[in-house]
Design a protein around this ligand. Structure first.
Ligand code: SF4
Ligand code: SF4
Length: 453
């Protein structure tokens, strides 16, 4: 077998921008939110098929009880995050504006653990994948892709490297940073488990160099707990955005390129978020499924920015009140970071599994400026990590020109927003490209329908 080496320094990557870090909560210990009086659990908290409720109105539920699931391969079950009564099952509006069914649980304040909870028996890779599926785990870094699907590596792919994503390159967000400082052994234990069951030879923990205390903590845990020959190394990366995007991270850590339209496994890699890997270690020990998560609550309008560990389904307003409420009315409320987060219409929505931050930004932070004419400076081109041509894509989207959108590889845009950030004319490039991608999808659907007739 080919000997795999560890890079002494990261490989060069293309594009990216230097966004202000604003990591205000990096040095504050996470705090636990007291049990909320009500949680609301939408049936879509992941990429893939929505779940169907397994409970009905009036049922009593325990913490960790499976209350919704789907038979589809790409999906993840949902568990009760408090004990109490199912008050109603009703539609709620998601951050995207779509309406989905949600289970409303009124808490009895007891946080009574389900008697069915016990550590899973895991003796093979298929046991591990089945256990991870049962745990309800999805990528905790923001994407919400079901982790069991990620671990189901097709037999024709030769995955020899696992990259642990601790880049956390979005401004403000520090939930992964705090996970390492507060639970570094869970991180290493999760890595060893997945590495051994999936027979992966090399693990590279890619972490931005603006987290020296987390780098130190990880290196100490690795050194104190592992055989010196073990194949896990911590690799500090330059603190640029979007260092945590899968394709950029793989290039920086291994020098490999994921082919256009391909997946990390096409480059022999599995990428795992650090919070997800630590959760796997805890789940295998306790059997407690994904019922809570750590998230950063920050932004200029938040009184006391903090990382909070929150039962999934807690109303956002309750989390904001817990950290002291608003110091001023937010100009923009975001679920996720300022570069890729989703703007929320108000704080009357709920914390979901993939939600790593709530940001309440002031007008100054949200930098709302009117776009002016393109001055053909090429800065968007230099900033694009995917080597795309953002101006051409944006213009094609404006014209509704699907052929040109395909020609310029619109679907390869990962919507990182670097082009818009770099543009001195403040053109709405990523927003237009998003519309362009939707046009391609629509054209594909229409062609399929026509072909089916
Ligand atoms: S949003 Fe798309 S086009 Fe713009 S920089 Fe990112 S990948 Fe490139
Ligand atoms: S960065 Fe903005 S102004 Fe410069 S070429 Fe791109 S769209 Fe035009």
């Amino acid at each position: 077998m080919l000997e795999l080496s560890f890079p002494n320094r990261p490989y060069r990557t293309k594009g990216g921008v230097h966004a202000p870090h604003n990591k205000n909560t990096a040095h504050k210990e996470s705090v636990f939110l007291p049990t909320p009086s009500m949680v609301v659990l939408p049936m879509t908290q992941h990429i893939g098929a929505p779940c169907k409720p397994l409970v009905k109105v009036g049922d009593t539920v325990d913490v960790g009880q499976k209350i919704a699931a789907s038979d589809a391969f790409v999906s993840a079950p949902i568990h009760a995050s408090v004990s109490g009564k199912v008050k109603k099952i009703d539609k709620v509006t998601m951050p995207s504006g779509s309406k989905v069914d949600a289970i409303f649980i009124e808490s009895d304040g007891e946080m009574r653990l389900s008697p069915d909870i016990k550590p899973p028996q895991v003796e093979s890779v298929s046991d591990l994948i089945a256990a991870v599926r049962e745990s309800g785990l999805v990528g905790l870094g923001g994407a919400g892709f079901p982790t069991a699907v990620k671990l189901s590596i097709p037999p024709d792919k030769n995955v020899d490297t696992m990259v642990i994503n601790v880049a956390e390159c979005e401004p403000y967000i520090t939930s992964d940073h705090r996970e390492i400082l507060e639970n570094s052994w869970d991180v290493i234990s999760g890595i060893i488990t997945v590495k051994e069951f999936l027979n992966i030879h090399r693990v590279i923990v890619g972490i931005e160099d603006n987290k020296p205390d987390a780098i130190k903590a990880l290196r100490e845990t690795v050194d104190n707990s592992l055989d010196p020959d073990d194949e896990i190394r911590v690799l500090p990366l330059k603190a640029t955005y979007p260092q945590g995007a899968e394709k950029v991270l793989i290039k920086a850590c291994t020098g490999r390129e994921v082919p256009m339209g391909g997946l990390p496994s096409d480059a022999g890699c599995l990428v795992m978020n650090v919070g997800s890997i630590a959760f796997i270690a805890r789940y295998l020990k306790t059997g407690v499924p994904l019922i809570s998560r750590r998230l950063t609550v920050d932004g200029g309008c938040i009184e006391n920015p903090t990382n909070v560990i929150v039962p999934i389904g807690t109303p956002i307003k309750e989390v904001i009140d817990f950290v002291g409420g608003y110091r001023e009315q937010p100009y923009k409320l975001l679920m996720g970071g300022p570069m890729m987060g989703v703007a929320l219409p108000n704080d009357e929505l709920y914390i979901m599994k993939q939600n790593n931050a709530i940001l309440a930004l002031s007008e100054k932070e949200a930098k709302h400026s009117e776009p002016s004419a393109c001055i053909r400076c090429g800065k968007c081109l230099d900033a694009c990590p995917m080597r795309l041509q953002p101006v051409e894509l944006s213009n094609a989207a404006d014209r509704g020109d699907v052929d040109a959108l395909n020609l310029y590889n619109a679907m390869n845009c990962m919507e990182c927003g670097c082009c818009s950030f770099a543009c001195p004319a403040k053109r709405h490039l990523v927003q237009n490209i998003r519309v362009g991608k939707a046009l391609i999808q629509k054209a594909k659907r229409e062609a399929a329908e026509k072909g089916g007739k």
